[in-house]
Design a protein around this ligand. Structure first.
Ligand code: DI6
Ligand code: FE
Length: 401
């Protein structure tokens, strides 16, 4: 049979659940047809294939293209000034309560056009892509009214016309209470549920709905209303849960059958057990933990003992994680959270795909999955987690090319 492209002489970390651990194949080959993987495995076991193009990888390692499953990549402006204030002792919560924080980025984002949002996001996207990212999730949440939320989501989708990357979008209207709502969070959540979710669903602008469950954001009761609205429009949900305090957000997310519960620094044993029962992915964000100088780490040992899939992401945002390196995220997760190399690599591939509801098609090297590859100049997979700075990416392949 004739196929489009064949990579040979590679070592593969397939992340294939049918193999153990990283799913390593020492003498591997990958065949690509129509943008999807036709074969991935031992060269010796490969059927006879006539390839239009052959690439010898000279012993390099191939992983699935990396997936950044939690970002706020599209926004205007930055918060370097606020960073300086935090260095002088102000806390993130204090800045948020005094009208800075998310509100500052909302003001900048509301006055930016879609083209301006795209232009300012591209350098951040390029930084991620340069390290092998092939799929990225991008949230709204800096508009906090229908028009800007939709413009942010449209800008996120538009990035796919500028770069060879897949973008999934998440509506995060329940990120913060905008100033003009005069402290009435219930009324604002009503608008999110009755106006924004239906409009965004009708325009097919979002793949999921997310919220921020926190004392400085929305209560569990308000998040329940949000999740009910998402369900009415058949949209899957995710949650920023237990990042700064324990409002039992992980439990709430699990009970709603959420794809993922994200952050989890303050999650308790009951929340973890509920996530295990529901199959909710834990998305861990060590960049925000680091940048806020948080001291309480997510309950990694508990998540591990319950067999909960742990994903890792940049949380790229201007306030708590101005970070555009998924390689550095892995190093932080290993160093700060004591995650293993294997957990880190699965966290930016197979389990990141699962956090986006894309099981089997993304984040694995197996037949039928998209042929999104990262080819690395390394001797062993641990190097991807071990280094701080530096970038061993040799080639990034998206949909077979
Ligand atoms: N948690 C975070 O860390 C970001 N959003 C959220 O819900 C912070 C967003 C910001 O400060 O701009
Ligand atoms: Fe976030």
């Amino acid at each position: 049979m004739r196929i489009e492209r064949l990579w040979t002489g590679a070592r593969l970390a397939t992340m294939d659940p049918a193999r153990s651990g990283l799913g390593i194949v020492e003498k591997g080959a990958i065949a690509q047809q129509g943008g999807r993987i036709f074969y991935a495995g031992e060269m010796g076991d490969m059927p006879q294939l006539d390839a239009a193009e052959r690439v010898d990888c000279a012993g390099r390692w191939i992983t699935p293209g990396l997936i950044d499953c939690h970002t706020h990549l599209v926004h205007a402006g930055n918060r370097a000034r606020e960073f300086e204030l935090r260095l002088r002792g102000a806390s993130y919560k204090e800045l948020a309560r005094s009208g800075g924080g998310i509100a500052a980025t909302v003001a900048a984002t509301r006055s930016a056009s879609e083209a301006e949002l795209v232009a300012s996001a591209l350098p951040r996207l390029d930084a991620l892509i340069s390290e092998g990212v092939t799929t990225i999730e991008i949230k709204s949440g800096y508009g906090l009214e229908a028009e800007t939320e939709m413009r942010q989501l449209a800008a996120a989708r538009a990035l796919q016309r500028h770069r060879r990357v897949e973008v999934t979008t998440t509506f995060l209207g329940a990120h913060a209470l905008p100033g003009e709502e005069a402290g009435d969070a219930d009324r604002y959540i009503g608008k999110v549920c009755e106006e924004m979710v239906p409009a965004i669903a009708a325009a097919a602008l979002a793949d999921a709905v997310d919220g921020f469950c926190e004392s400085i954001a929305f209560s569990p009761a308000q998040i329940r209303r949000l999740f009910a609205a998402a369900r009415r429009h058949a949209l899957p949900v995710k949650l920023h849960a237990d990042q700064l305090s324990n409002l039992r957000g992980a439990l709430l997310a699990a009970e709603a059958g959420a794809l993922s519960a994200d952050h989890l620094e303050y999650t308790d044993a009951e929340g973890v057990a509920a996530m295990a029962r529901a199959g909710t992915v834990a998305v861990l964000l060590p960049g925000a933990f680091y940048f806020l100088r948080e001291t309480r780490a997510p309950p990694i040992a508990l998540l591990r003992s319950h067999g909960i899939p742990m994903a890792l992401a940049t949380d790229c945002n201007p306030g708590t994680s101005p970070l555009t390196s998924l390689l550095l995220v892995m190093n932080m997760a290993a160093t700060l959270f004591r995650m293993t190399v294997e957990e880190c690599l699965l966290g930016v591939t197979r389990y990141a795909a699962r956090a986006l509801g894309r099981v089997g098609s993304h984040g694995v090297l197996s037949p039928g999955a998209w042929c999104d590859l990262a080819i690395w100049d390394i001797e062993q997979p641990a190097e991807l987690v071990y280094r701080m700075g530096g970038n061993p990416l040799h080639r990034r392949i998206w949909r077979g090319t």
